[in-house]
Design a protein around this ligand. Structure first.
Ligand code: NAD
Ligand code: MG
Length: 406
């Protein structure tokens, strides 16, 4: 018979919001996909049931301590088919293993960069949720895609929508650029987050739980805070520039509170193509997993009658200074984007730990960007050095600002 072989998949960050949605889609198609490796930070209790359900060849934990704890639990449960690895080396191993066809890159933050790069360099089909890696090292990642022949498919709902609305040559990685393909501009939509209408003088008092209560999407805490500051849209602007080989001048940010349209592409003839759907990440995940085929994702049909209304607004740069900082960083180029990302990760963590206020986040990022000298991001090591320096400067500033705002 001519049945295609089952594809072994690595899920980096399997215990997170995207990881769980990925396993949900994979479990619907045992004839197509099997799990080669699952990875988590330190939560043994979360990865253990995933291992029982999917029987991967490998499980990777961030440190040796949690790897040992997992090994003991697997032994106690009588599971011997899964080998436990740890640390960055473990992630690199399962991201680039010969037999793996696709890698879901769903670790949050800069920790995702090295394994994502490893998957790209190994020429895998890379399903990219970890937008931070493109923000940090977009030039290097895109160069590596060209060199290795890897397929990079966006999981971020907006970029997945843009990809779906793009001309065929963009989808096959052979495009000559937006203008040559008759694309006039990209419309990047965003909900505006939980604080779109909060009175400005109340923003400083917003708590981590309020920031993480997103109106439309159920996500990890870091990206939820990014959505509340709209840094998420700023990171996505940078992500779109790298993915679609264009500049911020060709991308309009549009606030669309219902999150039913996931983004749009406008053509020279005035046509505007949009991708619509329920706000459920299993749609872009299923799209990228099966591309160029289509498979069921478990997402219910969009009830367009119940939706009834689609609203659009211009973004408010006064309310969301992070949008301005991200736009400036992509215009500046060099390591500005890596510094922006590192400072943002530090500021968001400090906010989640209640060491700084919500409105301190852009202040911290602006301070770090103003303090550092930029360099050309010519190698991954250079990017990682700048990332580290930005984190140190942010940490010092956060310590000091605590006394002032205390
Ligand atoms: P999450 O916090 O729910 O999950 C993060 C995953 O990464 C977990 O499995 C965690 O164990 C692992 N992890 C965290 N720190 C790690 C470290 N230092 N080393 C190794 N593993 C580590 O996050 P999420 O919401 O699933 O987001 C994951 C990525 O996808 C982010 O880059 C985010 O921006 C992007 N994304 C998420 C959504 C969404 O709907 N959740 C949408 C678009 C893009
Ligand atoms: Mg998004």
């Amino acid at each position: 018979d001519n049945a295609s072989p089952v594809q072994p998949i690595t899920v980096l960050g399997s215990t997170g919001s995207i990881g769980v949605s990925t396993l949900d889609v994979v479990a619907r198609h045992p004839d197509r996909y099997s799990i080669y490796a699952l990875t988590a930070n330190t939560r043994v209790d979360l990865i253990l049931p995933q291992i029982k359900a999917h029987q991967p060849r490998y499980a990777v934990m961030r440190d040796e301590q949690s790897a040992e704890a997992l090994s003991l639990q697997l032994k106690a449960a009588g599971i011997s088919g899964t080998e436990v690895l740890s640390g960055e080396q473990g992630l690199l191993t399962v991201a680039s293993a010969e037999v793996v066809t696709s890698v879901m890159a769903a670790i949050v933050g800069s920790a995702g960069l090295a394994p994502t790069m490893a998957a790209v360099e190994a020429g895998k089909k890379v399903l990219l949720a970890n937008k931070e890696s493109l923000v940090m090292a977009g030039h290097l990642l895109m160069q590596a895609v060209q060199r290795s022949g890897a397929t990079l498919l966006p999981i971020d709902s907006e970029h997945n929508a843009i990809f779906q609305c793009m001309p065929a040559r963009y989808q096959s990685g052979e495009s000559l650029g937006l203008a040559a393909e008759g694309v006039r501009k990209i419309l990047l939509t965003g909900s505006g987050g939980p604080f779109r209408q909060t009175p400005l003088d109340q923003l400083a008092a917003m708590t981590p739980d309020q920031a993480c209560a997103h109106p439309n999407w159920d996500m990890g805490r870091k990206i939820s805070v990014d959505s509340a500051t709209m840094m998420n849209k700023g990171l996505e602007l940078i992500e779109a520039c790298w993915l679609f080989d264009t500049g911020p001048e060709d991308i309009d940010i549009v606030v669309h509170p219902q999150s039913v349209i996931h983004s749009m592409v406008e053509y020279d003839d005035g046509s505007v193509l949009a991708q619509l759907g329920n706000p459920d990440m299993r749609t872009p995940i299923a799209h990228a997993l099966a591309f160029p085929e289509r498979i069921a994702s478990g997402v219910p049909s969009l009830d367009i009658i119940a939706t009834a209304q689609l609203d659009f607004e211009a973004p408010d740069y006064q309310r969301f200074p992070c949008l301005r900082l991200a736009t400036e960083a992509v215009t500046t180029g060099a390591t500005a984007m890596a510094i922006l990302n590192a400072a943002n990760e530090m500021a968001v963590q400090a906010f989640l730990d209640q060491r700084v206020r919500f409105t301190d986040i852009p202040v911290i990022i602006e301070h770090v960007l103003a303090t550092m000298s930029l360099v050309e991001p010519s190698t991954l090591a250079v990017v990682q050095e700048q990332d580290l320096e930005a984190r140190q400067i942010a940490a010092e500033f956060i310590k000091g600002s605590h006394k002032v705002t205390g």
